[in-house]
Design a protein around this ligand. Sequence first.
Ligand code: ATP
Ligand code: MG
Length: 160
Amino acid sequence: MRIIFTGTPGTGKTTVSKIVSKKLGLKHVEGSEIIRKKGLREGYDVDLSAVIVDEKNLAREFEKFDDCVIDSHLSYFMSSKKVLLCVVLRCDTNKLISRLEERKYSPEKVRENVQSEVMNVCGNDAFERGHVVLEINTSKRSVSDVARIVLEKVDFLLNG
Ligand SMILES: Nc1ncnc2c1ncn2[C@@H]1O[C@H](COP(=O)(O)OP(=O)(O)OP(=O)(O)O)[C@@H](O)[C@H]1O
Ligand SMILES: [Mg+2]
């Protein structure tokens, strides 16, 4: 079983996916680690303040893990046939700005990410690829609350 997490940086993928993987006894796979280990970084987009990644090969690498929770905003590039559930974490603008400013991101990088969030880039792409999408607004919820919502959905998909 594979559960994937996507969403704009700062929406809480790592925080929540680690809890979910632990609860379900599944391996936690961090996208940035795979990108580094497998040399999938193709460059850096200065305008977007973002790393350019070989997304097709990243999806192939993800597919090598069977029972896992995948933590990467690019996880939706995987085939929807190979994924039980795609969790899209969302966050309102003000909350996201403060989370990203806490990380000392540059104003440009904060703006780029907020724009992506407002346009729901990850959610729309996940939807377009046919994933079973669970979108959660994390802004006014605790981390454990968000994890519980995911676990309930997984239980529903597995057991009805
Ligand atoms: N309800 C919530 N769900 C998830 N994270 C939350 C929530 N409330 C507050 N946070 C905080 O928001 C931050 C989210 O950071 P996290 O590193 O998990 O994001 P991320 O999506 O993995 O980012 P990146 O894409 O850069 O790896 C954490 O500091 C977390 O404690
Ligand atoms: Mg993360």
